[in-house]
Design a protein around this ligand. Structure first.
Ligand code: SAM
Length: 282
């Protein structure tokens, strides 16, 4: 079924993340029919277009010229042209240029329409075996260890599955920082070279993963997504807020009653509080 395209529309077109077969018929139709394709890198996109024998006009639009280009693109759209935006791989705007352009177009009341397809984060998540009902996409971690550890520390209590983009050559340092900040027991998945010949999806505790990476230098090549299991809340953990309440009640009543009331308020086990109450009482 041939897609018909609308005049004056900016199409956000997802392209493959490795395997050239991962592009929809609709994406190919749009790339063929639009008046212009705005590309992160025209030479890179040209390879995809050539593979599908698509001959169309391209223009560069990357992080360094996006602000200038957005005015020009919005003007062409206003004149009725249809334009596609593509990045080097996957879904534009996902750790890729395009946000300023899309916001500008939407603010101008211009139509922006997504043509969905591959995205490394979603592909990795779909095969990782970690909870996907809620997850947090964190983009790239800082490249310097100090800043990376600080970023991980900020996420120490994040209960959702966390998805990161990272360079495999940094993988050993990143996983070492995960061990330091989040602990060696935290479950981590590395999804490398997805959809390509050397696709590898490996999951283990951070500590074991570090050993695996150190033993196999081949795992430090290509592209990778790193997924970290969310923080598991210990139902028996007693938070400082609970202890404050217990302290307050202990001033007025016997430990047994104070523990029972605190347990009722916070939904924790009475027995878990009793030793703490005796200690607080001195
Ligand atoms: N917009 C892209 C998307 O939708 O996935 C992501 C662009 S971002 C600049 C590039 C990063 O995505 C890489 O550094 C890597 O972390 C991840 N990535 C892209 N292709 C990948 C692949 N085939 N396998 C694993 N990770 C990939």
């Amino acid at each position: 079924m041939q897609t018909s395209i609308d005049a004056g529309t900016l199409y956000i077109v997802a392209t493959p993340i490795g395997n050239l077969g991962d592009i929809s018929q609709r994406a190919l139709d749009v790339l063929t029919q639009v008046d212009l394709i705005a590309c992160e890198d025209t030479r890179h996109t040209q390879k995809l277009l050539s593979a599908y024998s698509i001959k169309n006009k391209t223009m560069s639009m990357h992080d360094h010229n996006e602000r200038q280009r957005q005015e020009h693109i919005a003007k062409l759209l206003t004149e009725g042209q249809s334009i596609a935006l593509v990045s080097d791989a996957g879904t534009p705007l996902i750790s890729d240029p395009g946000f300023h352009l899309v916001r500008h177009c939407r603010q101008q009341g211009l139509k922006v329409s997504p043509i969905p397809g591959a995205c490394a984060a979603i592909a990795a998540l779909s095969a990782a075996g970690l909870p996907t009902d809620r997850f947090s996409f964190e983009g790239f971690l800082p490249s310097k260890s100090g800043a990376r550890q600080a970023a991980l520390l900020n996420l120490a209590n994040e209960e959702r599955t966390m998805v990161f983009y990272d360079a495999p050559r940094r993988a050993i340092d990143t996983v070492a920082d995960i061990v330091t900040v989040l602990g060696g027991d935290r479950y981590v998945v590395i999804a490398r070279e997805l959809t390509k010949t050397f696709e590898t999806i490996y999951s283990d505790t951070a500590e074991n993963l570090l050993t695996w990476l150190n033993e196999d230098p081949n795992q430090l090549k290509g592209e990778m997504v790193l997924i970290i299991e969310g923080f598991k809340v210990d139902p028996n953990a007693i938070s400082p807020k609970i202890i404050d309440t217990l302290k307050l009640l202990l001033k007025e009543m016997k430990p047994k009653t104070a523990c029972a009331i605190t347990a009722e308020i916070y939904g924790v086990k009475k027995n878990a509080l009793y030793d703490i109450a005796l200690e607080l009482k001195g």
